[in-house]
Ligand binder design. Sequence first.
Ligand code: HH2
Length: 325
Amino acid sequence: MSRVARVLHAPDATLPRAASLPWMIHDGRRIRTGTAAQLRPDFRGLLRDYRRRDFVVPYPGGSLKFGGRTLVMGVLNVTPDSFSDGGLLLDPERAVAAGLAMEGADVLDVGGESTRPGADPVSTDEEIRRVEPVVRALARRGRLVSIDTAKPAVARAAFAAGARILNDVTALADPDLAREAARARVPVVLMHMKGTPRTMQRNPIYGDVVAEIVDFLHGRMDRALSVGIPRARILLDPGIGFGKSPDHSLEILRRLEEFRSLGRPVVVGTSRKSFIGHVLGRPVGERRDGTAATVTAAVLRGADMIRVHDVREMADAARMADRMK
Ligand code: HH2
């Protein structure tokens, strides 16, 4: 049983002191200490969020529905240097064809800047030049497109071209990006990262990795709310591999259920990542089966959407896992 689940099932008389539970946060109230009677409303709210499975996330022109099968986000990197598919889709026509071929993808996540460890930054103009035609063509063909960017101007151009979701690996570090998302009324994926892509894999250290990420995501949800992005449009992502050692990534997957206490859909991106290579000793081109195992584990532990490169295969893995929940 996870630690949150253990707390939720504890008889009132033995509720542990909150000082050891930094992730017990609900509706902006942090549970510090108190008698069982004082804590009961907080636990009730937490339990309600924790049990929640059905979410409707509106975007301009439609809505994402969670609670049935796990949704699938297909990765389309229009970059020369992404860690697993860099250079393959730099030509817009190829990128569009690859997106259209992603059978079973609910969302196509278009990105124009690699976030792999040590990646070089890309200028705003270059990033727009890469993603805009791809977003426009896919949106015109009726695909739901998310834009994977941390730059306000890129997001604005992508929304104008038809992107309907913002996927931000910096979780609204830039207030201008938050305002763009609020203005466009799009859902946002808030992802946790420790450090920056340049530095994040240099010996990341956590006390309790899950507790720290939950706390961080809670803070970034508040930031989103404060600029006018409603709760209903927020999705959360623990950021596998972003400032995490292989053990951290594995622990996040092992304890994924705990993120449910935040009461929002959980997105998980394990696809082909280095922790899989670390466990299996496989290069990036040979991590599909390992990825399928992580997708299965993530779905069984409550992921609402998986972000993957091998869409058809991982959609199958997710569909099987859905039936075993
Ligand atoms: N991972 C990557 C990029 N964006 N977004 C979310 N929400 N979650 C993730 O786990 C995530 C993400 C890294 O993968 P990829 O896009 O394949 O590589 P690169 O950043 O090198 O383009």
